[in-house]
Design a protein around this ligand. Sequence first.
Ligand SMILES: [Zn+2]
Ligand SMILES: [Zn+2]
Length: 152
Amino acid sequence: MAGDANSSRDRIAHCCCEQLRAKTTGEPLIVITCFCEECQRRTASAFGISTYWMREHVELSGSATRYVREGQNGRKATYYFCPTCGSSVHWELPDRRPGQLGISGGSFCDKDFPAPSMSVWERSKPGWISIPASARFMENPPPPPIPTRVPH
Ligand SMILES: [Zn+2]
Ligand SMILES: [Zn+2]
């Protein structure tokens, strides 16, 4: 983004075999740990790390398999996986986060990635994981307001 000093940082998230990639510009809108059962199964781990970006700040490449599931209150969630290695790289929540793209925090493999500011669905969080008390929710809080665009 020429002329926008705040959004110049690029990062690459990719699957294990590296063919499915998401290049992000700037910083994520929010980073969330999610302990819902779907994220545990999707990641085959104890929680998912959800990072959200404005769609226009992400460049996707490679081929992906789609999986659509019904979320809370019938809201649709579409997940994209690498058809070769099976990694979950990105997703869309058109009802909850229109105009945004979710990217698995783990796909960045970056220990210096911004820390989560929210932890949701803690009611299915394993007891051995401790999360800083700053922003913990037993379920998903209500959808955030749709961000208004700040003119650059
Ligand atoms: Zn792959
Ligand atoms: Zn989840």
